[in-house]
Design a protein around this ligand. Structure first.
Ligand SMILES: [Zn+2]
Length: 215
C-alpha cells in the first residue's frame, strides 16, 4: 500500500497550527486501482497565557474582539461585512442560546460559521515573544512553537512557589500574622439623594426632561 499525508510522502512530518490542523491521509492499494482518503482534524489545546506578538500590527490583526486575546481556532461569520473573526470557543458561547451576530444582532443562517484555516496557519508562523519576556527571556519564536519553548524556558517561574518568600516578609507579618489584624474597620454613612431616587423611578425616554428640570 501507499500512504500519502497532505499530498506528500508519509515519511515527512506535519506542522501543526496553533488551533486546528486538517490532515488528509490517502491510502492506495498496491496496484493503485483503489484509494481512500481519510481526514483527521487535530486540535491543540489553548495555552492559558497571554500571547505577545513582536509586531503591533500582528497583535491588532490576530486579536479576538470578544476575548481581546490572540485568536484561537479562528472562525468568521458567513457574509459578514466587515468580516468579523472570532475565537471559536467564544463565539460558540455567545451564540449558544441566540443565533445572532453578537455585534449587529443579525440572525445567523445555516452554516454561518466559516473556519479560517489559512488565518490560523499564517498566525501560527508569526513571531511572538516568550511568555516570560518580563522575567528576562529574549527568545523570539513562531506562535506554533511557543508552547514547547515555554515548557523548557530557563526564565519560567518555579512550579512550586516557596511560601516563605511571602510569609517571611515584613508586610505579611504586619498584616496577617494575627487574626486581629484582619478585622478591618469600616464606617459607612448612607445618604439618599432625591435626584437618584427619581432616576431610579423614571421610565421611558420622555422622562429625562422632567428629571433634568427637577434637578
Ligand atoms: Zn523563554
Amino acid at each position: 500500500m501507499q500512504v500519502t499525508v497532505k499530498e506528500a510522502c508519509s515519511s515527512g512530518f506535519v506542522r501543526l497550527n496553533v488551533g486546528d490542523t486538517l490532515v488528509t491521509v490517502k491510502v492506495s492499494s498496491p496496484d493503485g486501482t483503489n484509494s481512500q482518503v481519510y481526514t483527521i482534524m487535530i486540535t491543540r489545546e489553548q495555552i492559558p497565557l497571554a500571547v505577545t506578538f513582536c509586531e503591533m500590527k500582528d497583535q491588532m490583526e490576530f486579536e479576538c474582539p470578544v476575548s481581546l486575546s490572540a485568536l484561537y481556532r479562528p472562525v468568521s461569520i458567513n457574509q459578514s461585512d466587515p468580516k468579523a473573526i472570532f475565537s471559536a470557543p467564544y463565539i460558540d458561547m455567545l451564540t449558544r442560546r441566540s443565533k445572532v451576530h453578537p455585534f449587529t444582532d443579525r440572525p445567523l443562517g445555516d452554516s454561518w460559521k466559516v473556519p479560517e484555516g489559512q488565518l490560523d496557519k499564517r498566525m501560527s508562523s508569526t513571531s511572538v515573544k516568550c511568555f516570560f519576556a518580563h522575567r528576562g527571556c529574549k527568545s523570539v519564536l513562531k506562535l506554533a512553537e511557543i508552547g514547547a519553548h515555554a515548557k523548557d524556558c530557563p526564565n519560567r517561574p518555579p512550579v512550586n512557589l516557596d511560601t516563605k518568600e511571602v510569609t517571611e516578609t515584613n508586610w505579611y507579618k504586619k498584616h496577617f500574622t494575627s487574626s486581629r489584624n484582619l478585622e478591618i474597620e469600616t464606617k459607612h454613612s448612607l445618604q439618599v439623594r432625591n435626584w437618584e431616587k427619581r432616576l431610579q423611578t423614571a421610565v421611558g425616554r420622555g422622562q429625562y426632561r422632567r428629571l433634568v428640570q427637577s434637578c
